[in-house]
Design a protein around this ligand. Structure first.
Ligand code: GZL
Length: 335
């Protein structure tokens, strides 16, 4: 009996062979719809996680504009945060014989089979943003993206500054809004934060409640409301992205509390709306996670197509911002 996932995959496998594509929303981000193989233009097939956050939208814009700038033929699909849609899209790109496949894996596991199909088709795969768990290192060429574990460590270190600046006294009772369950940034931002907490704040910090908000504003708002019901003594929120923090702010205010004062907030990403919230005193610090990966990705695509070698991990550069830096930084923000 085919279950839904197998059925969809099988259906799309057949559809892809006919040059059709189902499930995910696909659009031609490049300048022409020609397939790979014979055309002189490099054809890049890109499977995007979804459009769940401001970060993701900026990431999509960067990839599309960089592909256009590079003169590549971009086949782009939005998986709406569903792994089966990404797998279908990758199979579709294999069937279309694109030159290179790139994608941001929504979760870390479950990729070996489809990546082995790409390898068998001799199509190089580049990871952007998020990584995968695999024992077979040959299944992808490189990862262009941030060190999420370090972002978690940086979030804990900047929380120390925030607490100090706020003159906080007493126990630090932390609510954690986690990213998408099983996603590399969610796993690693939690891990890095806990590393510092266990090493340097065993006695005074405690994560009293933690749950995924799926990287969305709606998720952050809904889960934070539940947190405040179950743990009214929360005095810090660590949100794995700005969109969840912005959603949480709505629930904090609805509960009659002041975000940035009654509940200190540290977030990750650094999207414009996060900086606006910081300039309004509602977020206390942001750990930047740079979404503008397009230019680096296109350079890697060219190098790979030219038969060159690239580092196994091309890390993005990023900074951290305290609330008092927000106003000056806002006009310079590129996403
Ligand atoms: C991080 C990226 C995360 C962002 C979220 O590189 O994968 O996904 O932090 C986005 O805003 O949804």
């Amino acid at each position: 009996m085919l279950n839904r996932r197998n059925f969809l995959t099988a259906a799309v496998g057949v559809a892809a062979a006919a040059g059709l594509s189902a499930c995910a929303k696909e659009d031609e981000g490049g300048s022409s719809g020609s397939s790979g193989g014979g055309s002189k233009k490099i054809t890049l097939g890109f499977s995007q996680v979804g459009s769940e956050s401001g970060w993701r939208s900026a990431n999509t814009d960067s990839i599309k504009s960089a592909a256009k700038e590079a003169g590549y033929n971009l086949k782009f699909s939005d998986a709406q945060q569903k792994q089966e849609n990404q797998i279908s899209a990758i199979r579709s790109y294999i069937a279309q014989k694109v030159d290179v496949i790139a994608f941001s894996p929504v979760v870390v596991t479950g990729w070996d089979a489809v990546l082995k199909e790409a390898k068998a088709a001799k199509i190089p795969v580049i990871l952007t943003d998020r990584s995968v768990e695999t024992k077979d290192e040959s299944l992808f060429v490189t990862l262009v993206g941030s060190d999420f574990t370090d972002e978690g460590r940086r979030a804990a270190k900047i929380l120390e500054k925030v607490l100090d600046k706020a003159g906080h006294k007493g126990k630090v009772k932390i609510a954690q809004l986690e990213g998408t369950t099983g996603a590399a940034p969610a796993i690693e931002r939690a891990k890095g934060f806990k590393e510092i907490m266990d090493a340097e704040h065993k006695d005074d910090w405690e994560i009293v409640v933690t749950q995924t908000g799926d990287f969305t504003r709606a998720g952050g708002k809904q889960v934070m409301a539940a947190f405040l019901q179950s743990n009214p003594d929360i005095n810090v929120l660590y949100a794995h992205n700005d969109d969840m923090a912005i959603g949480a702010i709505q629930s904090i205010e609805a509960a009659g509390k002041k975000p940035g004062k009654d509940i200190l907030i540290v977030s990750v990403d650094g999207v414009k709306d996060g900086f606006v919230a910081m300039s309004e005193g509602k977020i206390n610090a942001i750990v930047e996670c740079n979404p503008l990966l397009g230019p680096q990705l296109m350079e890697v695509v060219q190098t790979v197509k030219d038969g060159g070698t690239v580092e196994r991990w091309i890390k993005t550069k990023e900074s951290d911002f305290m609330q008092d830096q927000a106003k000056d930084a806002l006009p310079t923000r590129k996403y």
